[in-house]
Every structure is written in structure tokens, then in C-alpha cells.
Design a protein around this ligand. Structure first.
Ligand SMILES: [Cu+2]
Length: 227
């Protein structure tokens, strides 16, 4: 989870998050190289006194370079970006479906793969009810349990206004729009408890509708919700 002194992304627990983290690092590396390279170029140009534009008019070599180099840089960003986009589409077969409905200001969840429908609401735990070691503004009364190392399809919608269901440590975020069903794949690599928050300003208590998901083994998952 994110801490107050963190500068970069959280430790990722899912493939999409890991790939997104790698892409982030790669992009930052390119940006730093370009910035440092450009600053060095400017420095040497200015310090050598060769910065007079006149000397560079109609330079085929220069025009070729400033076309090819940015094109190559954009290409090297675009290819992994497209790869990541299709990677996030994920599998077309699922082990499980979780329905998430955003409300002002709580989340309700539904699992339909069992004999009877499992439905529950998830509210934030009030500050006065927090125990020692609990996370302020992140703890919820009903955590969603999902099996790890499995493909979970999450269907997201809203009962009132726009919300967004986000789990930063999985690299996932999806809008919850009223009258529309969005879906994404959630897959976690190891047992973990992940937190998220509503990521679309949805009203006065927008900051107080956190998301809590725990990834457990199939046995624990089935014993939690029944077979
Ligand atoms: Cu919201």
C-alpha cells in the first residue's frame, strides 16, 4: 500500500500492475535521458559559442536527425504501450465474476457463481471504530475475498453518479458509470490484502468510500462464501 514518503508506484501484486510498473520505469528512463541529453546539448552549444541559428539553416543532416530521432523515440514508447493495452484486455475465459456497484458513498458487491447470490455492502470503518494497526480511511467493514492466481472478471457499474473502482497495487482502475456496465480482469499473483479508493469525485463523501479486497486461496474463498 502507499505510504506517506513514497515517490514511485506501489509494489504490484498482479501481472497488469507489474507490466504497467515496468512501462512507467521505462518511460521515466526515456524522459530523463531526453532531458539530460537536451540540457547537455544546450550547455555545449552555448559554451562553445556555436549557437548561432544562421549556421544551421538548410541543414539536411540536422532535419533528418530531428525527424528520425523523435520518431524512433515515439515508436519505442508506442510499441510497449500498445502491448500493455492489449495485455490488460486479458483472458476471455474467467473463473469467477464479481459485480461491483458504486453508491453514494459505499460499494456493493455481488457474486453470482454460487447456488445462491452472495450480496453485501462495504462501508468505510469510522475513525472512532478503528483498532490499533488499522488503516485510517482505508479500512472497510466487509472486505471482498477473491481467490489469487485465478482470473476474476469484475463488472462495474453505478447506482447514482460516476464513481471509479481502483486498486493501485494491481495497476487497475475502472469507471463506474450509471446505466453502463464496464468490465476488467483482476488477477493477483499472491495472497494479499489490497486497498483502493473511489477515484472519481462523486460528492461530499467521495473520500470516504474505500475499497478493500483480500486475495486468498480457493479453499478459503469457498469457505468464506459457500460452495
Ligand atoms: Cu465515488
Amino acid at each position: 500500500m502507499s505510504m506517506y514518503n513514497m515517490l514511485l508506484l506501489q509494489d504490484m501484486v498482479g501481472w497488469v500492475g507489474i507490466e504497467a510498473g515496468l512501462f512507467h520505469d521505462y518511460t521515466m528512463m526515456l524522459l530523463c535521458l531526453i532531458t539530460v541529453g537536451f540540457c547537455l546539448f544546450l550547455y555545449f552549444m552555448v559554451s562553445s559559442g556555436a549557437y548561432i541559428i544562421k549556421g544551421y539553416s538548410s541543414s539536411d543532416y540536422l532535419e533528418f536527425t530531428w525527424t528520425v530521432v523523435p520518431a524512433f523515440l515515439l515508436y519505442s514508447l508506442g510499441v510497449p504501450s500498445l502491448y500493455l493495452m492489449y495485455f490488460m484486455e486479458g483472458a476471455s475465459k474467467y473463473d469467477l465474476t464479481l459485480k461491483v456497484i458504486g453508491h453514494q458513498w459505499y460499494w456493493s458487491y455481488e457474486l453470482n457463481d454460487f447456488n445462491s447470490v452472495v450480496e453485501f455492502d462495504s462501508y468505510m470503518v469510522n475513525l472512532s471504530d478503528l483498532g490499533v494497526g488499522d488503516f485510517r480511511l482505508l479500512e472497510v467493514d466487509n472486505v471482498v475475498s477473491l481467490p489469487f492466481l485465478s482470473k476474476v472478471r469484475v463488472l462495474v457499474s453505478s447506482g447514482d453518479v460516476l464513481h471509479a473502482w481502483a486498486l493501485p497495487s494491481l495497476g487497475l482502475k475502472i469507471d463506474a458509470c450509471p446505466g453502463r456496465l464496464n468490465f476488467m480482469n483482476v488477477s493477483c499473483l499472491r495472497p494479499s490484502l489490497v486497498f483502493g479508493e473511489c477515484s472519481e469525485i462523486c460528492g461530499v463523501n467521495h473520500s470516504f468510500m474505500p475499497i478493500g479486497v483480500e486475495f486468498v486461496s480457493w479453499d478459503d474463498f469457498l469457505s468464506c462464501y459457500g460452495s
